[in-house]
Design a protein around this ligand. Structure first.
Ligand SMILES: [Zn+2]
Ligand SMILES: [Zn+2]
Ligand SMILES: [Zn+2]
Length: 249
């Protein structure tokens, strides 16, 4: 499968509107340092696409039929591309946790077909097997284990650490090929709902051969400083996501 990082930012995106912090200022100079909110696609060996979170309008990046859409949770930075995508000319199933669901999308889903998904549920789509599990966030949030042909990817945002049951489930499958982990904040920040860079890397290193840090806020280090920090500390076992990044699993 191919993992396509369409959006790798947090709620505000980078640069945040009118913000003059060093991360946002750098991103106005270097296009690759700009980040859209969380949006990820998986393209299967059969070239079918599945979307995980829709934090942005995807039409410029992925204009193909979707086998399904999965939401990790209903925070706006993971769903607001849905307001536009629901008008697409093909009925598409939207798997999402029940908690804190968006009233407008449920009342007027247009061509989306919302379906509840809960921890432990497994969905088979084309060549993929997708299993939902619990994460630690301020609203009900699911991570996903995406398996194809003996290879697996864990999607771990938004979260602070992992619940014990999730360590158990993923530990049985380790080493995974890839862990994509919430790294919202810079080293040293302690937040109840999101990891900092060190916490995120430690989770990934325990579970997977490669870790990609994503869901990066403008409060994190500027792009060049962040990639240098990560490269010096973990070599190529841990990478910093960027919008447009493609990872072959
Ligand atoms: Zn988020
Ligand atoms: Zn900023
Ligand atoms: Zn969130």
């Amino acid at each position: 499968m191919i993992v396509y990082f369409i959006g790798t930012g947090g709620s505000e995106g980078i640069p945040a509107h009118l913000c003059t912090c060093s991360t946002c200022s750098e991103a106005r100079k270097l296009g690759f340092a700009q980040r859209r909110p969380s949006t990820l696609a998986v393209v299967t060996d059969n070239k079918k696409a599945v979307l995980f979170d829709v934090g942005t309008d995807i039409r410029d990046f992925l204009n193909v039929p979707l086998e399904a859409i999965f939401l990790t949770h209903w925070h706006h930075d993971h769903i607001y591309g849905l307001y536009k995508l629901r008008w697409m000319a093909k009925e598409t199933v939207l798997y999402a946790p029940e908690g804190h669901a968006d009233a407008l999308i449920l009342r007027e889903p247009k061509n989306l077909q919302p379906r509840a998904i809960k921890p432990g549920d497994t969905v088979e789509l084309d060549t993929l097997k997708i299993t939902a599990f619990r994460l630690n966030h301020q609203v009900e949030t699911l991570g996903y284990l995406i398996e194809e042909d003996g290879k697996s990817v864990a999607l771990l945002y938004d979260t602070k650490g992992l619940p014990g049951e999730t360590w158990g489930l993923l530990g049985e499958k380790a080493p995974l090929r890839l862990a994509i982990v919430d790294a919202t904040y810079p080293p040293g920040t302690d937040d109840p709902y999101h990891n900092n860079v060190d916490e995120a890397a430690e989770i990934g290193l325990k579970l997977a051969e490669r870790t990609v840090l994503s869901h990066i806020s403008h409060k994190n280090l500027p792009f060049l400083e962040l990639t240098e920090y990560v490269r010096k500390k973990w070599g190529n076992r841990v990478l910093v996501a960027y919008d447009g990044m493609v990872f072959y699993v």
